[in-house]
Ligand binder design. Structure first.
Ligand SMILES: C[S@@+](CC[C@H](N)C(=O)[O-])C[C@H]1O[C@@H](n2cnc3c(N)ncnc32)[C@H](O)[C@@H]1O
Length: 299
């Protein structure tokens, strides 16, 4: 085979085996079984093409199970025992409210745990307070880890519900005194406005969904708008900016593709670009479940 990948392109797998309040117990037959604090939840996981490791009686211990006809269709939760809904779990001293609702999402993406730790440690290493922008910030874990480490954070999400949930997590985590700007807006529109205002950031974290809508119906489509958003993000990075971290889920693109897209848009800047997958280790076997892909530009 003649075309080999250039040697400055390395794709790695970042793994996590959970933490005291979270574990991926098992997966298989298109489902996953997870523990959040005391609660066991089973939810669809289309990428779990293999057979389950644990016996049916262990899966039957799930407090609630989510079933839906397909990945893109809403489904329903079946409650198997009474439990507090919502409930709170802790991640390195930061608290997150979790809640079962009509959606399959419960308020947290645990596979991002290694990125939250990297974010916190990287910010702590800097000698000056950083201005960090978190786009598609959802319930705010990345925002709170950055704020806990001393950064001045701007959190942008299109959903009022997600932003108030993130504020609740800030209070639960006793981080109210930390400088966080909470913004309900369309991510691309916000970044373009910041460029016009010449408001620059030392780091940007973005975790766009495959498809989404801004508060005024602005359409977000990953494949259509990502190049535009990456260019706009590059234009609001400060001269001394230190990183741009992009994560993506449920998209056909590969880590190599994200790396290539980032390479083109970050050309004006010195630095390195790494990319890879976020994978979780199961406790019931030595298997890893791939959950997301990422690309990271670092000064
Ligand atoms: C996959 S979640 C992000 C997960 C989050 N980064 C985390 O790990 O906790 C996607 C988020 O994007 C938000 N969103 C969707 N379309 C948007 C848009 N056009 N502008 C800003 N946020 C948007 C949704 O409200 C949702 O909170």
């Amino acid at each position: 085979m003649s075309n080999s990948i250039p040697n400055n392109t390395s794709i790695s797998v970042t793994t996590s085996s959970g933490w005291s309040d979270y574990a991926l117990l098992d997966s298989g037959d298109g489902m996953k079984l997870e523990r959040y604090g005391e609660m066991l939840l089973s939810r669809p996981e289309p990428e779990a093409f293999w057979s389950k490791s644990l016996p049916p009686q262990d899966w039957a211990k799930a407090n609630a199970a989510y079933n839906s006809p397909s990945q893109d269709e809403n489904g329903t939760w079946t409650y198997r025992s009474r439990f507090n809904n919502p409930w709170i779990i802790s991640i390195e001293g930061i608290h997150s409210k979790l809640e079962l609702s009509s959606s399959r999402h419960i308020g947290l993406f645990p596979e991002q745990y290694p990125q939250w730790l990297w974010l916190r440690d990287h910010i702590l290493e800097q000698h000056t307070p950083m201005k960090v922008l978190n786009l598609f910030g959802y319930t705010g874990m990345a925002t709170l880890f950055a704020a806990q480490a001393g950064a001045q954070v701007t959190h942008v999400d299109a959903s009022k519900k997600a932003v108030s949930w993130a504020k609740e997590n800030q209070t639960l985590s006793d981080l109210q005194d930390k400088p966080v700007r909470w913004i309900v807006d369309d991510a691309l529109k916000f970044v373009k406005r910041e460029a016009r205002r010449q408001n620059y950031y030392d780091a940007i974290v973005l975790d766009p969904p495959k498809f989404g809508r801004g508060p005024n119906g602005e359409v977000w489509e990953f494949y259509k708008y990502l190049p535009n958003l990456l260019s706009a993000c590059e234009s609001i990075l400060s001269k001394q900016a230190s990183f741009l971290l992009l994560t993506a889920y449920a998209v056909k693109a590969s880590a190599l593709t994200l790396q290539r897209a980032m390479q083109e848009k970050m050309q004006p800047r010195q630095g390195t670009i790494s990319a890879g997958e976020l994978a979780q280790q199961e406790t019931a076997s030595d298997r890893y479940l791939s959950r997301a892909i990422y690309a990271l530009w670092k000064k």
